[in-house]
Design a protein. Structure first.
Length: 668
């Protein structure tokens, strides 16, 4: 801007002009941009509100439809229509349906038989029976399904269903709406209608019941929509919001009023809105002329069961309040800009005065030199303000560079410490998570154990009675007596129940340990000698690899017998009668390791994760406690059980038992 300043202006004026010129340009831009943003924001916020208002109106409309459906469902389920249809009690059905129609506010309520023939019309008692009602909602209900939606009835259909409703639905079109080829009256009726099948006791369809509420002149519904969305707010002498239901392009229920105060029934929606909503079946969200006034509007098509637009639902906000708000906001913006311009000029003038003073001082010094004064201390390079500013800036940059290097060093040290502390914190968190998981597992096992103990005690008493009576019965029956075989089966099952309850009690409480010196190899040999009596091993190949100088172990031999017996039986059963069973013992790091491997089908990962959970089993008839009890016994001995398995590759169970003080001993 300095290039366009006149040469005769002083440096002070030029600085002031240079400061004000961008401000003036910014003011012009801000003015136009402010007007645009205010207008866009106000209209945008209003249109957002109208969109949400349309959703609220739709919710009220759907609520009316749901209430109609529930009333119809209640009527079918509580009035015994199925029994009355089966007994052909027409008078009683007529009376009950009229009570339902009056109580629910319906305009149409009709009962048909399974062929769709109207049997009873509560809205037209004189027109009983007659032709088949051919309508999609009747076909849907007779197919055993329900229907709820919006339909259009012709004048003839309404005359059959309810003559009063037919007369009430008739709406005279406004003079401006009557054109060539268009009737002066809208004789059709728009209904919210629901249909429900009437079923016999065996579930077959005896007929259907359908009912509807006329939307033509349904001022209560549009008033409720307006009340829910806009309340009683007014602007001037007009309501701030409005709601309308259209049949095609005709207002059949509305809160919009004419200048004489009457409802604007029979007036038409604008052609542009009608094309968008009815022809294209799209939602309209824009300003529109509604009868006499401009509104910020939202129109949504109302579709029938075939997806055709038969009308529309409308809500709108009067545009006048927002126009007035825009005008007020524009005046406020103009006032702010004027005040800001005045303050900007004053600040620019004061700033230019301060900036020009050093230059004026320099001019005075040059004049003194021109007059011949020589004893002047006029710095050549660093005595002026720019030189001193340069020196100060250089000093500042050097200081900043030193500070930055120090900060980087501190940052690296801090980052190293943070990484170290983070690693320590992660380790502690992992330990805490593992401890929490173990605590939760122990709490779950304790709770399940308490439950198992209670169940076992409750089962033992009746089982003992059954077993005792079965023993007495077997004593009375000879080997050939009828029922002998069934009694023996009962005896076997009671023994099985006793084993299950024994496992439950073993799982539920910690058994007392009777420690003695145990030779693990000898214990395993003893179990192997007894194993064929428990499971079939004719096709099983047994391979032993027992450590010869295995140390004696201080443990409860009975409990360990239970563990190894359970693991060996499981291995044999997994191989389904044939395969290789490998048994191995060895001395590890201050512990004994007993390995049992089978060539069965293997264990899936999902099953392996739950293998030691109480009551989890994959065997038919299993209790799911064997491995859980075994796990508890090994854990009480200070050991662990590990499982390695892949599907199709067999399974390996490793039992780790600590040697403790037994390392020095030997099995001899």
């Amino acid at each position: 801007m300095m290039f366009f300043a006149p040469r005769f202006l002083s440096i002070r004026a030029k600085l002031t002009l240079a400061a004000l010129a961008p401000l003036a340009v910014a003011m012009v831009v801000v003015t136009f941009l402010g007007f645009y943003l205010i207008n866009a924001w106000i209209v945008g916020e209003a249109q957002k509100k109208v969109r949400s208002d349309l959703e609220a109106a739709r919710a009220e409309y759907n609520q009316q439809k749901s209430a109609l459906y529930e009333a119809l469902q209640f009527a079918v389920q509580t009035t015994g229509l199925g029994d009355l249809l089966a007994q052909t009690e027409a008078d009683q059905v007529q009376r009950r349906l009229q009570e339902v129609m009056v109580g629910s506010g319906m305009d149409v309520l009709t009962l048909t038989d399974a062929s769709g023939v109207a049997l009873v019309r509560a809205g037209n008692p004189d027109a009983q029976g007659g032709a088949v009602v051919s309508a999609p909602y009747v076909e849907t209900a007779l197919a055993g399904e329900t229907f709820a939606g919006t339909i259009i009835m012709s004048a003839a259909q309404m005359e059959q269903e309810n003559p009063h409703a037919a007369r009430h639905a008739r709406i005279r079109l406004a003079e401006a709406a009557v054109g060539p080829g268009r009737d002066r009256f809208e004789n059709r009726g728009m209904f919210l209608l629901a249909a429900y099948p009437v079923l016999a006791r065996d579930g077959s369809v005896l007929g259907c019941l359908y009912g509807g509420i006329l939307l033509n002149r349904n001022l209560d519904l549009v008033d409720r929509i307006k009340e829910r969305v806009y309340g009683d707010e007014v602007y001037g002498d007009k309501s701030l919001g409005s709601a309308t239901i259209f049949l095609a392009d005709v207002r059949v229920a509305t809160t919009v009023r004419l200048r004489n105060g009457e409802r604007a029934l029979g007036t038409l929606v604008s052609r542009e809105v009608a094309h968008t909503v009815l022809a294209e079946r799209k939602t309209w969200l824009d300003r529109a002329l509604v009868v006499h006034d401009w509104y910020l509007t939202a129109y949504e098509p109302i579709l029938d069961s075939h997806g055709n637009a038969i009308g529309s639902l409308y809500v709108g906000l009067l545009e006048a309040p927002y126009k007035d708000l825009q005008t007020r906001a524009a005046w406020v913006l103009m006032l702010i800009l004027v005040v800001s311009s005045a303050l900007g000029y004053l600040l620019a003038r004061q700033g230019s005065k301060r900036l020009s003073r050093p230059i004026l001082d320099l001019e005075q010094m040059t004049q003194k030199v021109a007059r011949g004064e020589r004893n002047l201390d006029l710095p050549v390079h660093e005595a002026d303000e720019i030189g001193r500013l340069t020196q100060a800036f250089n000093h500042m940059t050097r200081a900043l560079r030193e500070r930055e290097e120090q900060l980087q060093m501190f940052a690296r040290e801090l980052e190293t410490k943070v990484v170290e502390r983070t690693r320590l914190l992660e380790d502690k968190n992992q330990e805490l998570i593992q401890a929490q998981e173990e605590l939760v597992r122990n709490e779950k096992l304790a709770a399940i154990g308490a439950l198992a103990a209670g169940v076992a005690h409750e089962i033992n008493n009746p089982t003992a009675i059954i077993r005792g009576n079965t023993e007495l019965l077997l004593m009375e029956l000879n080997a050939e007596a009828p029922g002998r075989e069934e009694a023996e089966e009962v005896m076997k099952q009671t023994e099985r129940i006793a084993r299950i309850t024994g496992n439950l009690l073993a799982f539920a409480r910690r058994q007392a340990m009777h420690e003695d010196r145990v030779d693990i190899n000898a214990l395993l040999e003893e179990i192997l000698s007894q194993l064929p009596h428990q499971v079939g091993m004719t096709e099983i190949t047994l391979k032993r690899n027992l450590y010869p100088d295995l140390p004696m172990l201080s443990a409860d031999s009975g409990q360990l017998r239970q563990v190894f017996t359970n693991l060996l039986v499981n291995a044999v059963e997994a191989m389904a009668g044939e395969g290789l069973l490998l048994l191995r013992t060895e001395v590890g790091n201050a512990e004994l390791v007993i390995t049992i491997t089978d060539t069965g089908p293997g264990i899936a990962p999902a099953v392996r994760a739950k293998l030691f959970n109480p009551f989890f089993t994959t065997k038919r008839g299993g209790s799911g406690l064997g491995l859980s009890v075994s796990y508890g016994i090994v854990e009480r001995h200070g050991g662990t059980i590990e499982v390695d398995s892949e599907l199709g590759q067999g399974a390996t169970f490793r039992v780790h038992l600590p040697l403790g003080d037994a390392v020095a001993g030997s099995a001899g």
